[in-house]
Design a protein around this ligand. Sequence first.
Ligand SMILES: [Zn+2]
Length: 210
Amino acid sequence: MARLGRMTSASPGAARTPRAALAALLAGNRRFVSGQPVHGHDVTAAAAVASGDQQPYAVLLGCIDSRVPLEAIFDQTFGSICVIRTGAHVLDRAVCGSIEYVVGQLGVPLVMVLGHERCGAVASAVQTLRTGRPPGGSLAYVVDQIAPAVTEVGPDDPAAHPMAVRRHVLRTVAALRADDLLTGPVAAGEVDVVGALYDLATGEVALLDR
Ligand SMILES: [Zn+2]
């Protein structure tokens, strides 16, 4: 199994459909969870893809949380995935433009939005809506972007945080599927945008239904 995984993930350019890309990502997560990753992130792997054009097969948008390193939890190597991380995977124009670049210019068929339990940014949004006291500075922007998900689930619900984590992933997926430059390829089936949740303790990634 390990040998098969190594062969598959050593040719990331092979996953050129949304379905194949998703399968490759989830296979990598299974290797990570089972304690059998095949990628060690050594400099020889970096050098192997240094020349020529990059051919990543997925772009992942995740949280900045230090416990959720995306290349590690999906057992990915140099050149295989593009990674964007913001607090609670909040979108802004730079994030959307970056994803548009990866999809439009690099031909990547899969966008994954990955939320996680005990997310501090979502907790800040819940706290803000419960107290009416927003944070200052640019953190206010991050909280503002998460707030609609918290409002939808009800900020005073005891389970507001885990429900808002899930809802915020789905809202982020919907926003990306409606992005000006992504909506066409998504409608044509050339690109998919999926949402998922990461379990901090088990390392497992679970896809969310739309
Ligand atoms: Zn987080």
